[in-house]
Structure formats: structure tokens, C-alpha cells
Design a protein around this ligand. Structure first.
Ligand SMILES: [Mg+2]
Length: 308
């Protein structure tokens, strides 16, 4: 019975940490790939149109840096521990990694001793951030808890609430985590079925509305058009980022490179869109991360490798 099919190991049979690390690999590869494409328009269209990777050094950004703290937190606590997660975010915060101005301020204040709950409660006139910063790091949480969806829901919300308390940001993180969890199950849904299955877990919100809109896009819709319809992250908000990313992942659950080329082609917040898509698509047992891209990646920092 040694057919090719029987040799495929479902991600559900891996350990929780193995799955989180696999999603993290997909996330950072996407983050670094997407970051290469902040180019002048003509060059961007030429390279994306011809599927040519820019010849420059690959670097990870804030998406990866925050996800590293998330994965270590899961490794150390078996769940999200908000206090130590925020401590790690603040301690590891590298201003050169492309954080938004609000997050830079928050993490600097917390590093200097401010109480994080008070600091976060004061952001955006008390409404909390609805940026995509908690969604971009949620894939590994979904992968870790893929065998326990109630825990996936609870823990991805806890991770979001450490930095992004607006209900739209929480919904965005939840949608990404659930997507990564469902991708582990390899039930081979159609793209629309996958998106609807994710939307089932999301409370009423703009994120959910746009997910439902994404599920209705006709098969064969171009990513550029989908980006126009759903948002491509150029507003840096969760609703403007997550539904398009989930749509991209759903189209190409078994093909990492195809998913990433589609994700980057809509422009917008391309490192974060690609990070999210990568963290989801990496979890399908049909997906292999491209070795030639992996060889170009900036490696994980020493502090992460030693702590693991
Ligand atoms: Mg980034």
C-alpha cells in the first residue's frame, strides 16, 4: 500500500510545535518575498508579469519578528501568555524592521517600563488599533491549535488583544488563525467552500462581510480585480488586508509559489499579505516550500534559534 498518496503525512499528525514552525517558515518566506516588491510601478509590473524575483538581498520585517515571539510563547507556555508575549515583543523590537508608527511607540514605551495594558488601552483615542498587525502573526497560532479549534479561536484572540484591541483587528487575527488550522485538515475544499468555512467562525464585522464577498468572486477572478473588490492592504487595516489574503490562499492551497505570485500581484501591503498567505498555504500537506526561495531567505535571528 505504498502509494504516493499514503506517503503524504497530514499536518494534523505532526506535533503542535512542528506545525507552528512550518507556518512560521511559510510566513517569513512570504514576508521576505513580498518585501522585495516595493518597487517603482513599471519595474513592479515587469517583474510580477514575468514572474521574476528581484535580484536583491532578502530581509524579514516586523511580520516575522512578531511571529517569532508568538511561536516562542507557544513553545514556552503551550498557549498565549499575554504578559510574556508583550515583554518579548518589546524586548525584540527592532525599529529597522518596518513597524508602523503606533506600534513603534507602544513597544518603545513598554520596553521602558510602561504597563502594556494601559498603553494599549490609550491607542487610537481608546478605540484600539484595527491595523493588520495582529493578523499577520496569527497563522502559527492556528497551525499550533489545528487539532483544537475552540483553543485556536481563544488563543488567536488573546494574541490580538495584546496589541490590537479593535474588534475588526481581533476578527482579522481570528480569520487568519482559523484559515491556517483548516488548511492542516486537507479536506480539499473548493476556494469558496474554504472561505465560507472560515467565515463561519468570524463574528459580524467588516472582515466577515468581505470574506463573504470573497466567497462570491467568480472562479478565475484575477488577483488585481480581487484586490480592488476586497482591499489589498493599502489601508493597513485588518478588513482591508485579511479577506484578500484568505481569498489568495484559498485559490492555491497546494501551491505555495502560485499563491505568493498571486498575493504580491495586487500590490498594497505586499509583505504582510504574502506573510499571511504563506502562513496559511504552508499548512496544506500538498504544499512544499520552494527550496530556491528558502536558500535566499535571511535566517532567523540568533536569539530565536537559541531559545527554541
Ligand atoms: Mg512588514
Amino acid at each position: 500500500m505504498s502509494t504516493a498518496h499514503s506517503q503524504i503525512v497530514s499536518r494534523i499528525d505532526e506535533t503542535r510545535l512542528q506545525r507552528a514552525l512550518r507556518s512560521l517558515d511559510g510566513l517569513t518566506l512570504g514576508d521576505q518575498f513580498g518585501e522585495l516588491f516595493f518597487l517603482e510601478v513599471t519595474q513592479f509590473e515587469d517583474l510580477v508579469g514575468n514572474r521574476k524575483v528581484p535580484e536583491q538581498a532578502w530581509h524579514y520585517t516586523d511580520d516575522t519578528e512578531m511571529a517569532l515571539s508568538v511561536v516562542l510563547n507557544l513553545r514556552q507556555h503551550g498557549k498565549i501568555d499575554q504578559d510574556s508575549l508583550m515583554h518579548s515583543f518589546a524586548l525584540r523590537h527592532d525599529m529597522t524592521r518596518g513597524y508602523g508608527p503606533s506600534m513603534r511607540r507602544v513597544l518603545s514605551d513598554v520596553r521602558e517600563g510602561a504597563a502594556w495594558r494601559t498603553t494599549i488601552a490609550g491607542t487610537f483615542e481608546g478605540q484600539g488599533s484595527w491595523g493588520n498587525g495582529s493578523a499577520m502573526r496569527a497563522g502559527p497560532i492556528g497551525a499550533y491549535f489545528a487539532d483544537d479549534l475552540p483553543a485556536c479561536i481563544e488563543q488567536s484572540q488573546l494574541s490580538s488583544l495584546a496589541t490590537h484591541t479593535h474588534p475588526e483587528a481581533v476578527a482579522g487575527a481570528l480569520a487568519v488563525a482559523v484559515s491556517a488550522a483548516l488548511a492542516c485538515h486537507d479536506s480539499k475544499p473548493s476556494p469558496a467552500e474554504f472561505i465560507l468555512a472560515v467565515a463561519d467562525y468570524i463574528p459580524d464585522s467588516e472582515v466577515r462581510s468581505r470574506l463573504l464577498r470573497a466567497s462570491r468572486l467568480a472562479p478565475g477572478t484575477s488577483p488585481v480585480h480581487a484586490g480592488h473588490m476586497l482591499g489589498n492592504g493599502s489601508e493597513i487595516s485588518a478588513p482591508d488586508t485579511v479577506p484578500f489574503a484568505v481569498w489568495c490562499a484559498a485559490q492555491h492551497l497546494g501551491d505555495y509559489e502560485e499563491a505568493l505570485w498571486n498575493a504580491v500581484s495586487a500590490g498594497g501591503d505586499r509583505d504582510t499579505i504574502c506573510a499571511i498567505v504563506g502562513s496559511i498555504v504552508a499548512m496544506s500537506s500538498r504544499t512544499t516550500l520552494p527550496a530556491n526561495w528558502m536558500s535566499l531567505m535571511e535566517p532567523y535571528p540568533q536569539w530565536f534559534r537559541e531559545a527554541l
